[in-house]
Design a protein around this ligand. Structure first.
Ligand SMILES: Nc1ncnc2c1ncn2[C@@H]1O[C@H](COP(=O)(O)OP(=O)(O)OP(=O)(O)O)[C@@H](O)[C@H]1O
Ligand SMILES: [Mg+2]
Length: 283
């Protein structure tokens, strides 16, 4: 891959545990993101969210983060000032979280929040045009009655609506990198498909890089170009999404075997075997 958008080398994230012990949550992760859809799968607690939050620069203050390299669009993120990192988050890198509660401002009406995101990108746009753009993007994420939703506060939205509003707020800024952490978990399949379509369009039309974190191996293999498989704080496998069946790591093979076949016989699903040795460093 020439000129990757993101390069991460040997990222480690640790927390102080009880009695002065250190808990290593991410244990030396390296990957690149191009102008593509990169999926990250892996069991709960394997370090998917932490790794992507490190890239965004939004880890909790007590996290101990080290890396040999971490760059975005040629910018050395390890050397970047907090101010530059904030600026990058404001307009060039976006993140969609599973829970909209943490991304939306609870005391600001939905329309005003999206309008603010648009104005950040283009301060010269007249008010009426900004309003039109907000309504258009709400419609694009299939919010019914966008005029009404414009004036609602985040707590007045359902979970699925909140998620779509957050997606609208992110895509409207057309970031160069979008990290989507379980972005569609609260959506109906039809709405999910439309939201994926919007993200896909940004990747194809604008050359955005998308990091798509999900537990849904089926979805990831259909939607993404490449897939990283994480297990216990490490990337154990990187696969071409169309060649998931060629996975060799026992954890990935286990995941694949657990996928129910829609037209298959109703046999009990195998349970996922785990072994402590998978989490150990490989030579
Ligand atoms: N603030 C924190 N303090 C201490 N440990 C943490 C903190 N945040 C995360 N961890 C630990 O780091 C590990 C990785 O967490 P992370 O959120 O990255 O998992 P994940 O792969 O995103 O899981 P999930 O699929 O459930 O979202 C977990 O074991 C978690 O307990
Ligand atoms: Mg997570």
């Amino acid at each position: 891959m020439s000129d990757p958008l993101v390069t991460v080398k040997n990222l480690r994230i640790a927390f102080a545990g009880e009695g002065g012990a250190t808990i290593e949550a991410v244990k030396g992760v390296s990957f690149e993101v191009g102008r593509e859809k990169l999926g990250i799968v892996g069991e709960s607690g394997s370090g998917k969210s932490l790794s992507s939050r490190a890239l965004m620069g939004v880890l909790p203050g007590h996290a101990d983060v080290t890396a040999d390299a971490m760059s975005f669009a040629g910018i050395d993120l390890l050397a970047a000032s907090p101010r530059l990192r904030r600026q990058l988050r404001g307009n060039r890198m976006g993140m969609i979280l599973q829970d909209p509660k943490f991304s939306l401002n609870p005391v600001m009406r939905v329309g005003a929040q999206i309008a603010e995101a648009i104005r950040l990108g283009d301060r010269s746009l007249p008010r009426a045009k900004v309003r039109r753009k907000v309504l258009d993007v709400l419609e694009a994420v299939h919010i019914r009655g966008p005029e009404r939703v414009y004036d609602l506060y985040p707590h007045e939205l359902s979970g699925g609506m909140g998620q779509r509003v957050m997606i609208a707020m992110m895509v409207v800024r057309e970031p160069e990198l979008l990290i989507a952490d379980e972005p569609t978990s609260a959506l109906d399949v039809t709405v999910q498909a439309q939201v994926l379509e919007i993200m896909d369009e940004l990747v194809k039309r604008r050359g955005m890089g998308l990091v798509f974190i999900s537990h849904d191996l089926n979805l990831v293999s259909r939607f993404c170009d490449r897939v990283l498989v994480m297990y216990a704080g490490r990337i154990v496998e990187t696969l071409d999404a169309r060649r998931m069946h060629e996975a060799v790591h026992p954890y990935t093979r286990g995941l694949l075997a657990c996928l129910p076949a829609i037209d298959g016989p109703l046999t009990p699903l195998p349970t996922l075997a785990r072994e402590a040795s998978w989490g150990e460093a490989r030579p």
